[in-house]
Design a protein around this ligand. Structure first.
Ligand SMILES: *[C@@H]1O[C@H](CO)[C@@H](O)[C@H](O)[C@H]1NC(C)=O
Ligand SMILES: *[C@@H]1O[C@H](CO)[C@@H](O)[C@H](O)[C@H]1NC(C)=O
Ligand SMILES: *[C@@H]1O[C@H](CO)[C@@H](O)[C@H](O)[C@H]1NC(C)=O
Ligand SMILES: *[C@@H]1O[C@H](CO)[C@@H](O)[C@H](O)[C@H]1NC(C)=O
Ligand SMILES: *[C@@H]1O[C@H](CO)[C@@H](O)[C@H](O)[C@H]1NC(C)=O
Length: 453
């Protein structure tokens, strides 16, 4: 009976457009569990789709019907393996926190010394629930203690090492390192929901509902903590180009007579290219009234967004010339002869792996050096954008500073108003930067500071 009432309440809540209670069917549950009781282990396998938002969103194998960033259901007192071995995960190490985005938003993460909200006191004995980071099935530690088989530092759970491999040596190095997994066992009875998030890119959190052991009762059927943002949706022109937030520049009217291609855009790839270039040109037009570091970031963010969009476009169109063992004009290298073949062999000998004998990775997402470079642009520059936005936020200056061009008569009034506002805002912002520049660095900044360009 209570189930029927709950279901009715759910339907009414949906009809009223309010937050509905979750039922098990709404959740992505692991379809790979084995063992029972204290031996029970379940697996979630992750993939990243870089085309569905600025930084990409996660998909969980077997839960494709629940879309990107599904809400997971996780049984308490059961070990879960979060498998990030799929190559698409590179540069998106998962973290676990009690509120969205963890340290990137100053929120508590699951750590040995962090008491779960409302839960038992465990921090003094470093016995709180935490994620154990692993590589090829071995625990990761800053320093490993051979005698105990544990990390030498009892607060360590391998996060620094896990992230370290994602930061150093690039994508090939990460792929060669092997199989990255994280193990989480929710043991605190008070924990009702947690969030998984990307430790490098903000706004990539998704919710995990904790289920009671065996009964699978959802501990908090209604969300207790707000995500705080909506997920992006990519459609229309952007979906066709593989880009993010460029659709309004289709046809590049904002850029007037500016010629992007001397003989016209002519094909879809070039139309996409002209649109992203027009977006960058437009959004790199700033008031010019900022402190130099802020001005750098106002210019560099749209510049980087353009690099990311360009790289995503090429990955999306995926022309023959990007494939291993193919010359730039789409012919297989095995068809080449004489001087042409010699040129390609020279390129291969110089480490630009064009020769088919270097193409063993072709089927496992690794791809050619050009593909690796594109992924490095997408993930590396997006991480730098995250850093720059945090810097602007931490220094209490506005997130954007672009303005309309003065030769656009229809917007002249807006420009004047904008510039007037900027003239007032800039000194105030300047004062605030001065006033706060000796602030202690925040978790946001320190969490991303190890990024190398
Ligand atoms: C998960 O935690 C529970 C409760 O502490 C424990 O009984 C179980 O053995 C753990 N699971 C694994 C596979 O270690
Ligand atoms: C990794 O993810 C990609 C993209 O979703 C998928 O096509 C591919 O099959 C996955 N690879 C493996 C080994 O699971
Ligand atoms: C443990 O947590 C409590 C309450 O959250 C706090 O007062 C105490 O200082 C913490 N102890 C340690 C060792 O972090
Ligand atoms: C990675 O580890 C997981 C969990 O141990 C395992 O299921 C998976 O098959 C491994 N993947 C690869 C590519 O070795
Ligand atoms: C998309 O770009 C516009 C400017 O072209 C900006 O105002 C808006 O905030 C961007 N949207 C997202 C979701 O980033």
């Amino acid at each position: 009976m209570s189930k029927i009432i709950a279901a009715l309440v759910g339907v009414l809540a949906l009809a009223a457009g309010t937050q509905a209670d979750y039922v098990l069917d709404d959740l992505c549950l692991s379809n790979e569990c084995s063992g029972t009781g204290s031996e029970r282990v379940c697996i979630f396998r992750f993939q990243l789709d870089i085309f569905v938002s600025e930084t990409g969103y996660f998909l969980v194998e077997g839960c494709e019907d629940k879309g990107h960033m599904p809400t997971l259901g996780m049984e308490a007192n059961v070990k879960y393996i979060f498998d990030q071995s799929n190559k698409t995960n590179w540069f998106h190490p998962l973290g676990f926190a009690y509120a969205p985005d963890g340290a990137l938003s100053g929120n508590d993460e699951l750590e040995k010394g962090v008491d779960p909200p409302g839960g038992t006191t465990c921090n003094e004995t470093l016995s709180c629930q935490y994620p154990q980071y692993k590589l090829n099935g071995e625990i990761l530690c800053d320093e490993y203690d051979e005698l105990t088989g544990l990390c030498a530092d009892e607060e360590d759970f391998g996060l620094d090492q896990y992230e370290g491999v994602w930061f150093s040596g690039g994508r090939d190095n990460w792929i060669d390192a092997g199989n990255f997994t994280i193990e989480v066992n929710i043991t605190d009875d008070a924990t009702k929901e947690i969030f998984a998030f990307c430790h490098i890119h903000k706004y990539m959190s998704f919710r995990i509902k904790i289920l009671d052991t065996e009964t699978l009762a959802i501990r908090a059927p209604t969300d207790e903590i707000a995500l705080g943002y909506e997920y992006h949706e990519v459609e229309g022109f952007d979906a066709g180009c593989g880009t993010f937030n460029v659709s309004q520049y289709q046809g590049h009217e904002q850029c007037g007579d500016h010629v992007f291609h001397c003989n016209g855009d002519a094909n879809t790839f070039n139309e996409c290219m002209a649109a992203i270039n027009c977006k960058m040109m437009t959004e790199m037009r700033t008031s010019g009234n900022s402190d130099p570091t802020a001005e750098f970031m106002y210019q560099m963010i749209p510049h980087h967004q353009n690099a990311v969009n360009m790289a995503k476009m090429l990955l999306h169109f995926n022309p023959g010339s990007l494939k291993c063992g193919t010359s730039y004009d789409g012919r297989r290298l095995s068809e080449l002869e004489g001087p042409e073949l010699a040129l390609y062999q020279l390129a291969a000998a110089n480490g630009r792996r064009l020769d088919e004998s270097f193409c063993n990775d072709d089927n496992d997402e690794g791809g050619t050096p050009a593909v690796t470079m594109l992924w490095e642009i997408v993930n590396g520059q997006n991480a730098q954008i995250t850093f720059m936005r945090s810097w602007l936020e931490d220094n209490l200056v506005p997130a954007y500073d672009w303005c309309e061009a003065e030769d656009d008569n229809s917007t002249l009034v807006a420009v004047l108003a904008g510039c007037l506002a900027a003239a007032v805002v800039a000194p105030v912002a300047g004062y605030l930067v001065y006033r706060y520049k000796f602030r202690k660095p925040t978790a946001t900044v320190s969490a991303v500071k190890t990024i190398s360009p």
